[in-house]
Design a protein. Structure first.
Length: 217
């Protein structure tokens, strides 16, 4: 019998915990505990989002967790793991940001992505609108979370198992540099898939397999 694993899943910008529904349902059907988080919108920053996840850890006394983040979610899981590395079994970055100390999402992206962040926030000045091809459930994303630089001590490096899924089919991907930085690092398990950024739609089996492998690490 496979031991039960606790998963905390953080979505990307403009998305909620619902993004992971097909994955969450399958993990729960196998007996695992899954918390797919919908982060706050409004006037919040990266530290606020990290604080929400840390509060979940405290309220439910979560330990030995597989903490996964898609896209922007990488900013959050890095910050959280830097605060409580002893509670994390594995970090899974799903085509996600892996900031170093002092880096923001805006620092990592380039070109049209930066334009989306800024121009997409011109409506209210606080949050960027979802891109037209996003799920109809997508909501505006708080701009400060993308501009605030991660404050890291380096404790995140104590997490024993770190995995990165690079989705090479994403046009003009801002994550190619992250992939190049990590793919030869022996501290990381790095995989590349020829699919787009919407991993739940395009590569659900591969995502599920990666999460389950992390749970058995």
């Amino acid at each position: 019998m496979v031991p039960m694993t606790t998963y905390v899943l953080i979505p990307g910008a403009c998305h909620g915990g619902w993004y992971y529904d097909p994955i969450s349902e399958r993990l729960r059907a196998e007996g695992h505990e899954v918390h797919a988080v919908t982060l706050s919108t409004g006037r919040v920053n990266l530290e606020d989002h990290a604080a929400e996840v840390l509060d979940l850890f405290e309220r439910l006394d979560l330990r030995d967790v597989v903490l996964a983040g898609h896209s922007y979610g990488g900013m959050v899981i890095t910050t959280v793991a830097d605060r409580v590395p002893d509670r994390i079994r594995s970090l899974v970055y799903v085509d996600a940001f892996v900031p170093r100390d002092g880096e923001s999402a805006y620092d990592i992206v380039h070109g049209d992505w930066r334009t989306w962040y800024v121009e997409g926030s011109s409506g209210d000045g606080f949050s960027m609108a979802p891109l037209p091809f996003f799920d109809e459930r997508a909501t505006p994303h708080p701009l400060p979370t993308l501009l605030q630089r991660a404050l890291l001590t380096g404790a995140v490096d104590k997490v024993p198992d770190r995995r990165y899924m690079f989705l090479a089919g994403m046009a003009d991907t801002p994550l190619a540099g992250t992939y190049e930085r990590l793919r030869h690092d022996p501290a990381w398990h790095v995989t590349e898939l020829p699919v787009g950024h919407n991993v739940v739609a395009e590569a659900p089996e591969e995502l599920l397999a990666t999460l389950k492998a992390a749970g058995q690490s």
